[in-house]
Design a protein around this ligand. Structure first.
Ligand SMILES: Cc1cc2nc3c(=O)[nH]c(=O)nc-3n(C[C@H](O)[C@H](O)[C@H](O)COP(=O)(O)OP(=O)(O)OC[C@H]3O[C@@H](n4cnc5c(N)ncnc54)[C@H](O)[C@@H]3O)c2cc1C
Length: 351
């Protein structure tokens, strides 16, 4: 059986690795001039780690990433709202996105990887399965599901970067009025960070101004970062299906979500393993992945409403009070709610 994967991001490469693992012949077409990944950090959640284990890549991920256990949630003045020392929860592996992408890329033979190939229609693709992993603005999705709405602005803009450091910090998320920040320390003293703020689409804001007065070392992280990436946050309204004929949508092409749970790329890894285990049974893939990603998509939205979405001092004070009153065990359960996913056991074909 032959599959063509369109898109060489984390989702597309994970699909290629996974399909090859169950015996498919695969090629990957990427429109960029080279396979690569921009961006900053990614937290490989326990659910994503299970997907990577199934792909046989966990040792390499652990070698390049840094396991993080302690950390928590802070208010913009730096007070801990939820402080989780090592309470036995599963670890998040902090790593640079380029490293995660690189692990997937090295797991594939170079002769199946084709860059500078932009796929605009599936018609001429000679394959039993086409995996549309061409990102949030998927050309193939627009072709296959012309009546489905495209991405919608989620009301906030984000900045990401890697501060060279060295810093010695716990992993943390900071919730302030109309904004949030995340700190993902790598093991070598560098720190991946992101900031997000409620803003009109395309607003030309200076993060140093928007986050002035937020706790240390956030201003220093931003100021010391050589290249800050900024982009508006979009989400894809829930689709009626992830499949059409022999085509399966995967990753952001299928379910781009807001970043407030840090699960977007993790979902793409789950998709990839599930697609391979479905072994060409796309109805099964759709039936399994749509409810799962819908729940996480909605969870991410809810996290945004509770986090970045609160702007009035009273609402922020109330949220902070609720978080401070939450016992650690309940906080761990809440934060890990979507990370309990297990690799599905082998499916039987539905038709
Ligand atoms: C601010 C922010 C923070 C985030 N933080 C996290 C996090 O901490 N953890 C996490 O899990 N997720 C996070 N995410 C989400 C994550 O970045 C995405 O979910 C993930 O990268 C999606 O991967 P993908 O392979 O589906 O799509 P993409 O990474 O967009 O890859 C699509 C690929 O397809 C190629 N392509 C596009 N069109 C074509 C075409 N026509 N023909 C051929 N190739 C094509 C593109 O060049 C690209 O290489 C974050 C997102 C944002 C916006």
């Amino acid at each position: 059986m032959k599959a063509i994967v369109v898109g060489g991001g984390i989702g597309g490469l994970a699909a290629a690795v996974s399909l090859r693992r169950v015996g498919w012949e695969v090629v990957v077409y990427e429109r960029a001039a080279a396979f690569g990944e921009i961006g900053a950090g990614v937290g490989v959640m326990p659910n994503a780690m299970r997907a990577l284990e199934w792909m046989g890549l966990d040792a390499e991920i652990r070698r390049l990433g840094t396991p993080r256990v302690s950390g928590g949630v802070r208010s913009s003045d730096g007070r801990w709202l939820v402080h989780l020392p090592d309470v036995g929860q599963e670890q998040i592996i902090a790593m640079h996105r380029a490293d995660l992408h690189g692990v997937l890329l090295r797991a594939l033979p170079s002769e199946i990887l084709f860059n500078d190939v932009e796929v605009t229609s599936v018609e001429d693709l000679d394959a039993d399965l086409v995996v549309a992993a061409d990102g949030i603005n998927s050309r193939l999705r627009a072709d296959l599901l012309p009546s489905a709405p495209g991405p919608v602005y989620a009301g906030a803009t984000a900045w990401r970067g890697v501060a060279p450091g060295p810093f010695d910090l716990p992993i943390s998320q900071t919730l302030g009025p109309g904004g949030e920040a995340g700190i993902l320390p790598l093991g070598d003293g560098r720190v991946c960070w992101y900031l997000a703020a409620v803003a009109p689409v395309g607003a030309d804001l200076d993060p140093a101004e928007v986050f002035a007065g937020w706790h240390d070392p956030l201003p220093e992280l931003v100021a010391s970062t050589p290249a800050v990436i900024r982009h508006d946050i979009y989400e894809l309204p829930l689709l009626p299906t992830f499949v059409s004929g022999r085509v399966a949508l995967l990753g952001d092409a299928a379910h781009a979500m807001t970043p407030y749970l840090g699960q977007g790329a993790c979902m793409a890894l789950e998709d990839a393993v599930t697609l391979a285990l479905c072994d060409g049974d796309l109805a099964r893939y759709d039936a399994v992945r749509r409810p799962r990603t819908r729940a996480v998509w909605r969870g991410s939205r809810a996290a945004g409403r509770f986090g970045i979405g609160l702007r009035s001092p009273i609402a922020v004070a109330l949220r902070d009070f609720v978080l401070r009153a939450t016992p650690s065990s309940a906080a761990v359960r809440g934060m890990g709610k979507f990370a309990t996913w297990q690799v599905p056991t082998q499916f039987t074909r539905t038709g």
